[in-house]
Design a protein. Sequence first.
Length: 390
Amino acid sequence: MTLDFDMGTRAGELRGQLRELIHQELPERFPGAFTDNPTDLAAAQRFCRVLAERDLLCLSWPKEFGGADASVWEQTVVREEMWAHHEPRGAQYMGVNWVGPIIMRHGTPEQQRRHLPPIAAGEVIWCQGFSEPEAGSDLASLRTTARRDASDGWLINGQKIWTSYATMAQWCFLLARTTRVGEGAVTKKQQGLTIFLVPMDNPAIQVRPIGTMMGPHHLNEVFFDDLRVTDADVLGAVDAGWSVVQDVMSYERVGIARYARCERLLAAAPDALGQRWETLPGELVARWVRMLTHCRRARLLAYRIVALQDSGRVAPGDAAAYRIAVTRLDQESAEVLMEIAAEAPAGAQAQWFRAEVEDHWRYSQAATVSSGSIEMQRILLSRALLAAPR
Ligand SMILES: Cc1cc2nc3c(=O)[nH]c(=O)nc-3n(C[C@H](O)[C@H](O)[C@H](O)COP(=O)(O)OP(=O)(O)OC[C@H]3O[C@@H](n4cnc5c(N)ncnc54)[C@H](O)[C@@H]3O)c2cc1C
């Protein structure tokens, strides 16, 4: 496959437009939506609506679903600029990156009409109910069940864990077991699983936050106690949820442009240090340069996946290669930046830089676990390489 990564003049203009909007519409030095201060979340929700009003939130979506029919490369520019600036879309990025595209692919016309316009308008937050206490890497072992209740009804019982944004979400993209292994035609644990689109305001759902160093809202436990849903809430075919999960992963694992924030902070380092930059040990500067090249590598791997996504051909190994590169970059650049930040002199610019680097370091620690651990990504990549024709 030949790849041309020149995104063209429209991409440059769009980048400028987004930076201008961030500057105009968000508080100075916006720290992200997930802080102890509720005004940060409110600012993110307001900003989503601003993007939506200008057709910038879901710009690559088809017009019929609330998008602007723009190219996936323009959507990539939005993804990069948002992550580089503390993801001012807040939790909305999940709806835009993978919930919407998956509903477009697997949803009924009714589900598309119901769910896509609110995502495109920046009005609704989704959470992902996949992981369970004994089923993270081994997701297909999950124990949450959905049992037939009435002719078109289901009763859901069980527990999810590590559910990001569950305290603020209006909808949950839930994976549950509908047929036990050994029942009917189900012979493997990857069979007999089904996706449900579930409203979070149902009293049969309880959310308990889990405290983390990433701040509030990030991680939660979610309990389902006789939650009633209907066939209209099933996404795709009953018992065929695993293929939807594979599709979700290929979107989700490239959905965050982590390299964009690493690059922004690495690029800000010389200015933040001022004259002190000139006297840094050569070894530290060499590691800084290496991180910039690793940003470039991760960016190119991301663009490769975007190109593959556009043609509908992303294999698990492709997404894994990018994920390994970008999550290692996140953590290694955080270490280098921490060492550089320790050398920063007093002053407002240096103070801002230190706070940003510290925030980047805290976030980066979970990068090699969320969306599938790095060990599992390595296994996926190895399988793909071993299976490739020689
Ligand atoms: C910040 C964050 C946000 C998250 N958000 C969500 C969310 O919104 N929704 C959701 O459903 N989940 C979410 N998760 C959960 C995430 O998907 C799981 O944590 C991840 O899949 C790992 O599962 P686990 O925590 O159960 O660890 P385990 O699967 O128990 O793994 C523990 C360790 O053992 C290793 N390991 C396990 N099996 C193997 C193997 N076969 N070979 C080699 N090594 C192995 C793993 O790599 C890991 O290092 C989130 C996690 C984090 C950290």
